[in-house]
Design a protein around this ligand. Sequence first.
Ligand code: HEM
Length: 423
Amino acid sequence: MSPQLTRAAAVTGSLADPATYLDGPPFAEFARRRREAPVSWVAEVPLRRHSARGTVVQRVGGYWAVTGHVAVVAASRRPEVFSSAERGAFLADPTSRADLERSRQLLVGMDPPAHTRLRRVVTAAFTAPVVRGMRAAIAEHARQIVRRATAGQPVDAVAEVAAELPLLVLADLLGIPREDRGLFLRWSNNLVGFDDPAFGGGDVEVFKQTFVEAFGYALTAAKARRRDPGDDLVSRLVTAEVDGRRLTESEYCHLWLLLVVAGNETTRHLISGGLDLLADRPDLADRLARQPDLVPTAVDEMLRWTTPIMQFRRTAVVDTELAGQRIRAGDKVVLYYISANRDESVFDRPETFLLDRSPNPHIAFGVGPHFCLGSHLARVEAAVLFEELAPHLRRLRRTGPAVRLESNFMNGLKQLPVTFAAG
Ligand code: HEM
């Protein structure tokens, strides 16, 4: 998207428009909607996307924005009414039948019971005890990253801190060479950062090509693991059975790619979001440095504050009601976790970041049958990183402006120039 198009699109101010989020999530608009009606209509917007072949217009049909905490939780817990499979889990409507079928291959785009069966294949790899067993290796990565980042030179904390840890952990988890982690970064930027001019810029070809490349890689890894299985996740996926049969090639590839994307982009934005806040708030950085035992509650507050995945979409499959609003079968319903996490009827002083907030019933990991599989892993990654960083936090300073990702889906930064140098 050219700067000119970005400005033109921003005029809409619609929750559906990626450009609306360029200066940060529209919290005032979310607050207004929560106050007036926790389920409210967002009108259709035509989004102009830049592609190598010129400008294209994609229609994002009108939808119900669910902005209240209670309503988001209620809808998430009723997959038989609010389906992830009917029209996919993403805000933009599927562009074709094939597109819809593709999104139904992803766990996030499935409904029970198919969803429950496939999810079972990977849950064991992400339980709290399994993740606790990974803690020492994660801490070692974090130590190296923090040592490099605090050596005195200015750093881009997105590339050199926030992106690095989840990529290294994923490489270990999947049993693939660490040197290949740059590929994971590029693929997830292209798929999730799709709207941003720096990545796909809305170019469908980039999107499709990324799938081809990533699936090719996944299949090569599968072949190697079938010959020589280890205790990594790929070995588990290629030997796993659902209903007495092995995963199909397509099931395997989609699961693999979901893990690669979900496991890196989100945690990256959580860490950079936390650092971005601490760079503005020396008082908090100082307290965390003095009281590193606050890291676990601080991480949950960073999850609430940043809410890296701002929303997921559902589709009503029967006429129903949500928070007093009538919804018809076929209506698109978008669950705004980012708004729910600032809901004043659930959180005391939601606009205040509290390092020791407890309880903290945020729903940054979603809720219900699709509750994030990687929640334990993400929490441990962020916690060990901030524990390692704690002694250096008093020296955290910006060296330039942060650059935001242009997205209506991810609340993320592309760059965060900082230094941890003394003085
Ligand atoms: C800060 C980090 C993370 C955040 C904020 C986050 C957020 C979410 C959310 C909101 C969902 C719900 C999707 C829905 O309702 O349709 C989800 C699902 C999922 N997440 Fe995460 N996630 C994070 C980290 C991770 C990690 C580290 C992994 C794996 C390595 C992961 C893997 C998944 C998978 C596989 C699903 C799909 C579950 C299903 O549909 O049953 N996530 N995540």
